[in-house]
Ligand binder design. Structure first.
Ligand code: C5P
Length: 223
């Protein structure tokens, strides 16, 4: 299909979630937060008490995921899982860890593939994740790989969690981020890596506004 698609991939804490949302707002396009889908599978599996090693059971959860994305009156994100608002519950480090584990299951990735592609609707889509440019939307018009040093990403995650009133420990977060990077980059299926035709943006010493301006400039040149 010919819907314009902008993919933003990168590691945790690179700022891609914030950037993807703001770019989608600016362009008036749809947003796919693919990490939320993996988080929802992990969260739902945890609540059902699934055996973490039972891939077939996780695949069924992914296939049957009853999820609705919406906007709160204040413009914040709302995510409904089986009628329950879980946007905050799925942002914990524990659910992030779970998402990284279920993301390594081929059956789960396959089950989520068409669901993700269905987000590509007019007037356009901004897709945020790890494999948006490499696997889910390989023919996207513009692919950005947003990265930052591990130290800077740990610091941002720490501030983000604190802002949300969640508990956080910087040293523990640094270790978690390094471990999740390693797992996301080394898994055999859809590993985290830039697409061959991705433009790399290193946000280590950039403000969010500077990154946003850079991405909008790249988009204006391409769309
Ligand atoms: O981006 P977010 O931190 O919400 O992603 C949580 C986890 O979900 C990631 O660490 C990654 O393992 C997994 N994920 C994935 N593929 C995506 C998006 C997220 O495997 N497209």
């Amino acid at each position: 299909n010919s819907v314009p698609i902008l993919t933003i991939d990168g590691p945790s804490g690179s700022g891609k979630g914030t950037i993807a949302r703001r770019v989608a707002d600016q362009l008036g396009w749809h947003l796919l937060d693919s990490g939320a889908l993996y988080r929802l599978v992990a969260y739902s599996a945890g609540r059902r008490g699934l055996d973490p090693a039972d891939q077939a059971a996780h695949e069924r959860v992914a296939e049957q995921l009853d999820v609705r994305f919406g906007l709160a009156p204040d413009g914040g994100e709302q995510i409904w899982l089986e009628g329950e608002e879980v946007s905050k519950a799925i942002r914990t480090e524990q659910v992030g860890e779970g998402a990284s584990r279920v993301g390594a299951m081929p059956g789960v990735r396959a089950a989520l593939l068409e669901r993700q592609r269905a987000f590509a609707r007019a007037p356009g889509l901004v897709a945020d994740g790890r494999d948006m440019g490499t696997v889910v939307f390989p023919s996207a018009t513009l692919k950005i790989y947003l990265t930052a040093s591990a130290e800077e990403r740990a610091r941002r995650r720490y501030n983000q969690l604190k802002d949300k009133g969640l508990d956080a420990n910087l040293a523990a977060l640094s270790l978690d981020i390094a471990e999740r990077d390693r797992r996301d980059a080394s898994r055999p299926i859809a590993p985290l890596k830039p697409a061959d035709d991705a433009l790399i943006v290193d946000s280590t010493s950039m403000t969010i506004d500077a990154v946003l301006a850079r991405v909008l400039e790249l988009a204006a040149a391409r769309f």
